[in-house]
Ligand binder design. Structure first.
Ligand code: 5GP
Ligand code: ZN
Length: 116
């Protein structure tokens, strides 16, 4: 997929609005449009990678920056004490719907052992 066709690349480009909670030179964090928890933030690299495996293989430092941004948002949102979930849905079996890698940061309530 080209970046012109990618929803999250279009958010990075400012072509589609999003509620941004943190931005770094290489990453962006914004609220999920359909939150599954009181706090539900998506954390992405600005550069297009399809999924976490491609990102980790192609640019492990950038993968680390995504994790760092997620941790900073978790702190900003007050999640460090009670805990939170950070997950990457990957591929068809993982239920991935947007093929620009994104970490889901979920918290603010007990989440149970797994998401449905
Ligand atoms: P996936 O299933 O690919 O792991 O998650 C994609 C996520 O993107 C879903 O949680 C969905 O609610 C969210 N999403 C889809 N379209 C938009 C959008 O236009 N803006 C925002 N902020 N989130 C979106
Ligand atoms: Zn993209």
């Amino acid at each position: 997929m080209s970046t012109a066709d990618c929803l999250f690349c279009r958010i990075v480009a400012g072509e589609i609005p999003a509620t941004v909670v943190r931005e770094t030179p290489t990453t962006l964090a914004f609220r999920d449009i359909d939150p599954k928890a009181p706090v539900h933030v998506l954390v992405i690299p600005k550069e297009h990678y399809a999924d976490v495996a491609t990102l980790a293989g192609g640019d492990p430092a950038l993968a680390g920056e995504v994790l760092g941004t997620a941790a900073a948002v978790a702190e900003d949102e007050g999640l460090l004490g009670d805990g939170f979930r950070l997950m990457f849905n990957t591929g068809a079996y993982g239920g991935q719907e947007v093929f620009h890698v994104h970490a889901h940061l979920l918290g603010g309530a007990p989440l149970g052992p797994m998401l449905a």
